[in-house]
Structures are given as C-alpha cells and as structure tokens.
Design a protein around this ligand. Structure first.
Ligand SMILES: [Zn+2]
Length: 187
C-alpha cells in the first residue's frame, strides 16, 4: 500500500527538483473504502447540501486521507497530493508555490480565465472535458486538472493549451511522452 501510494504521489515530483518531497506531510491515513461526507455546493444563490461518498481528503499540509478501494480506479492520489503542493505556500487557493511574482501573475491569469470559463459553461448546462467537480473552487480546479494532465494529457493539451503549458512548466514534464520539460524549480 505504501509503495502504490508513494509511487503515484512522487509522479508529481519526479521531474521537479524539490529538495524534500512534501516536507510538512506527516500522515497518510488509508481507509478500506469511501466514507460519507456532507458536501455543500453554492448554486445560483442557494447552497446545495448533499451526502457524497468521499475517496480522498487533504485538509492540511500534514495529513492526507485516502480510500484504498478507490485508489486504482481514479486519480485520487494525484488529486490529494496536488492539494498538498497547493498548500505548500500556506494557502490552498489553486496556486502552488511559484518562484517569481511574474509566474504567479501568469498562473492567475491563465488559471483564473480557465476556471471562470468552466464555471460559466457549467451554469449554462454545457458539457466540458474537465470534470465539473473542478467548478467547486480554484483549489479543486487545480487538483482536477492535475489529474487530467497526467491521465489524459493529449486531450488537455489540445483543448486547453495554455493551461497545459503552465502545468508542464510546474511539473517539469510532458506526460504525453514522459520527457522532461524546463521547470520553475530547475537547478
Ligand atoms: Zn479536492
């Protein structure tokens, strides 16, 4: 179990040059299966409250919770560890730690526009190739597009080239070919 989880978690870092992987992460709790949670989603002026099955959580920099049964069937490890990278700069806001103010500005411009476009499509009932759970907030958007970056890179590159390029620079890899790309953490 440790090996399976670590291998996928490290896929996010293997082409970067972080000195210590997930430096503040202390515990990975593994449940046998999904657990029940109450999900609150803002929709057109009201809050929709519904019970949902949860297969992963990452609330703080020191803890990740995963459902073992769900690990193999969806990108839950990539998703939750993307939240860990997002939290590294102290805020889970959809922007991970970036080296310069210019890179933050570019990230905010591209991710902000893509997020707003997806939310607008969702509210008009239009389909999208990005999982609608990404409309929850910018942090979920980053975690969901990280999954899609690794799991269906050709689709993401073709339909969201700027978003793909930002993720390629951040993760330091083109997952279509698994070849290294210039990264922000480059030494
Ligand atoms: Zn999430």
């Amino acid at each position: 179990m440790k090996l399976v989880i670590a291998a996928e978690a490290c896929l996010l870092l293997v082409f970067r040059s972080d000195e210590v992987p997930y430096p503040e992460l202390l515990s990975v709790v593994v449940y046998e299966g999904a657990w029940k949670t109450t999900r609150r989603t803002p929709m057109a002026g009201v809050i929709a409250v519904r019970e949902a099955a949860n297969s992963g959580e990452s609330w703080s920099r020191d803890l990740v919770i995963l459902s073992w049964k769900d690990l193999r069937v969806n990108g839950v490890v990539l998703h939750e560890f993307a939240h860990q990278l997002d939290a590294a700069d102290g805020a889970v806001d959809g922007a991970p730690e970036l080296p310069t103010a210019a890179r933050y500005a570019q990230w905010a411009r591209i991710f902000g526009a893509e997020f707003e476009r997806l939310v607008a499509r969702f509210h008009r009932g239009l389909p999208s190739d990005i999982d609608p759970y990404a409309t929850t907030n910018p942090a979920e958007f980053f975690a969901v597009v990280t999954e899609e970056f690794y799991e269906q890179p050709a689709v993401l590159a073709a339909r969201h080239p700027e978003l793909f390029a930002e993720l390629e620079t951040f993760y330091g890899v083109d997952p279509r070919t698994l070849t290294a790309s210039p990264t922000d953490t480059g030494t």
